[in-house]
Each structure stands twice: as C-alpha cells, then as structure tokens.
Design a protein around this ligand. Structure first.
Ligand code: RIB
Ligand code: CA
Length: 314
C-alpha cells in the first residue's frame, strides 16, 4: 500500500477551495495534509484564514494546522472577488465561526520549515489561490526550491483565456510577479487552468447528488455551489459553474482522469493590457523549454463520481 502523499494546501477559500479541502481531508489513504496556508485572494486574509478553519471543522478535522500567510500580493494592491464568492467568501449557507485555533507563526515560515524538515522531494505544494505565499517562501529560502516534490496548482488559461480580465485568470492576475517566480523556479509543475476547469461544470444532477448524500458536508457543498455557480452561468450562459480547485486534489488521487501537454508557460508581468496572462506554448511554436504539465481535459463524470463518493465519507 503506497504511503499517503504529503501536501501543503495554499488557499483563498472561496467555495471551490472549500470543496478541494474537503476532498483532501476525506482522502487520508492517499493524502496527508501537513498543513493549510491561507493567502489573500478571493477575499481578504482575515476571511480566508477563518474560512479555512470553518472547512476543516466541517470535515471533522479540527486538528488540522491552519496558518495565515500574506495579506497582499508581493508588489501590487490586492484584488478580491466578492462578486463571485460573496462578502464572506463562503456565501450560500449560514456558517458558524470556527472554534479551532489558528496556528501561531506565518504561513511562509511554515512552508519553509516543513520543506527543510521533511525528506527532499517528499512534499507536494497545492496552491489554489494567488501564488504570493509560495513565491515569498522561495525568495526568502531559495534552498527549499530543490526540495519540493511537485507543485500542482489551479491557475492560468490558454484556449479559455481570462475570467477576471479578457486575458488573465484570477489567481495569476492577482499576483503575476509571484506566479513568474513559481513558473521559473524549476520545480515540476502541473497546471489546472480554466481550459480544464471549465470542462468540470456543475449540473443540477451533480449538485443534487451532493445534497442527496444526506450528510452536512454534502449539504454545504450543494449550497455553496448553488451560490457560486450564478456568476459563471450569467457570464458564460453555461448550465453550471466550474469547480476549479478540486481538480488539483482530484489529480493527486486519480491523475488518469486528466490529460495535458508538457509545454512552456510564461507569465505576463509588464503589459497592463495582458497582465497575468499565462502565455502557454501549446503548439510548440517557440524553443522555450517546457516547464509545466498544462492540463487541457478531464473525465468530468469520473471527476464528479470521485468528488461525490469522497464527500459522502465525511
Ligand atoms: O479563477 C479561479 C480561481 O480563482 C479559483 O481558485 C477561485 O477559488 C479563485 O481563487
Ligand atoms: Ca481558490
């Protein structure tokens, strides 16, 4: 029996982050969550660190270590997404404040200390929000970069182009300098861009399957999704919303559900017009070295079957 994979989830909850965290905490045979590091993104840090703890308690895992990280991007003003996630970041159901404690110490220090303590190439980083915490850790402790096993992140877009500007996906747009550091770090990266997450759309049947689980977690996932999906449905005229962040965790459990190409991806950090764009050389028209597995497709039925089965365990 393979050992569970050690991961750190870096996150800006966000309803879709919440589903990703529940999936990870419901899968202890495959995933060992060493800690959860909150970052400013969908909503300010004070809310993302609180939401991360609410989600851990909902999963029945109040012993999970949650740290607060950077409260703004490395160089720019914070841009948030209350228009998508609501004022609390977890709008939809009413949620009680968490009782589990926030860990002392900064998330960046936790990332550095963990990577220095654990065996080299034994820890995977799973960023689900802006890459500020990850890039700050790499800048502050360059020795940890070569110790990272893999980064599996949600961010970017190529064929799907932007969701916050015409050319940029939100996580990359909020902190393009951080993304540039991560994509140039040399760490093996798997990217879950909008190209794949927009193929993992909720549908009424899929949302009702969560509700029909009959447990608190299933009800919450259904109510979060009911709220979260209205933005994408209005914008794209789709009949559901993309559950972006759970694609990262699902990849760790069932990589066979996904397919992509190992290509060069670089980040626009200079142009105001295309700031935060992931310039993905999908067609290999440059000689730039491949630095990322850029995922383009998913078995959506398999993805939702996995998600529903695991949420049902909580
Ligand atoms: O663009 C989608 C991404 O931005 C998701 O991770 C969502 O939670 C927000 O962080
Ligand atoms: Ca997120």
């Amino acid at each position: 029996m393979a050992h569970p994979r050690k991961i750190i989830i870096d996150t800006d909850p966000g309803q879709d982050d919440a589903v990703a965290i529940l999936l990870a905490l419901a899968s202890p045979e495959e995933i060992d969550v060493l800690g959860i590091t909150a970052v400013a993104g969908n909503v300010p840090l004070a809310l993302t660190q609180k939401n991360a703890r609410i989600i851990c308690e909902l999963a029945g895992k109040p012993e999970t270590r949650v740290f607060a990280g950077c409260d703004r991007p490395m160089q720019r003003k914070l841009v948030t997404a209350e228009h998508v996630h609501g004022k609390t970041g977890l709008d939809g159901p009413q949620m009680a404040d968490p009782t589990m404690p926030l860990m002392d110490g900064h998330a960046v220090d936790f990332i550095i200390e963990t990577l220095r303590r654990e065996a080299a190439h034994s820890v995977t980083l799973c960023p689900l929000g802006p890459l500020t915490n990850i890039a700050t850790a790499f800048e502050r402790a360059p020795d940890i970069v070569a110790r990272v096993q893999q980064i599996v992140l949600m961010g970017g877009a190529y064929f799907e182009v932007g969701n916050i500007t015409p050319t940029a996906e939100f996580n990359i747009f909020v902190d393009p300098e951080a993304a540039d550091i991560v994509f140039k770090s040399g760490v093996p990266i798997v990217v879950m861009p909008l190209d794949v997450t927009h193929k993992a759309l909720t549908t009424r049947a899929r949302v009702e399957a969560f509700r029909a689980l009959g447990n608190e977690a299933g009800r919450m996932v259904a109510e979060w999704t009911d709220f979260f999906e209205r933005f994408d449905m209005q914008k794209y005229g789709s009949d559901g919303a993309p559950l972006h962040d759970p694609c990262v965790i699902a990849y760790l459990i069932r990589p066979d559900l996904f397919a992509g190409r190992h290509i060069n991806v670089e980040i626009e950090t200079q142009s105001d017009l295309t700031l935060g764009m992931t310039v993905a050389d999908w067609w290999g028209v440059t000689q730039r070295p491949a630095n990322a597995l850029f995922i383009g497709s998913v078995d959506a039925d398999g993805f939702y079957a996995l998600l529903t089965e695991r949420i049902g365990r909580l």
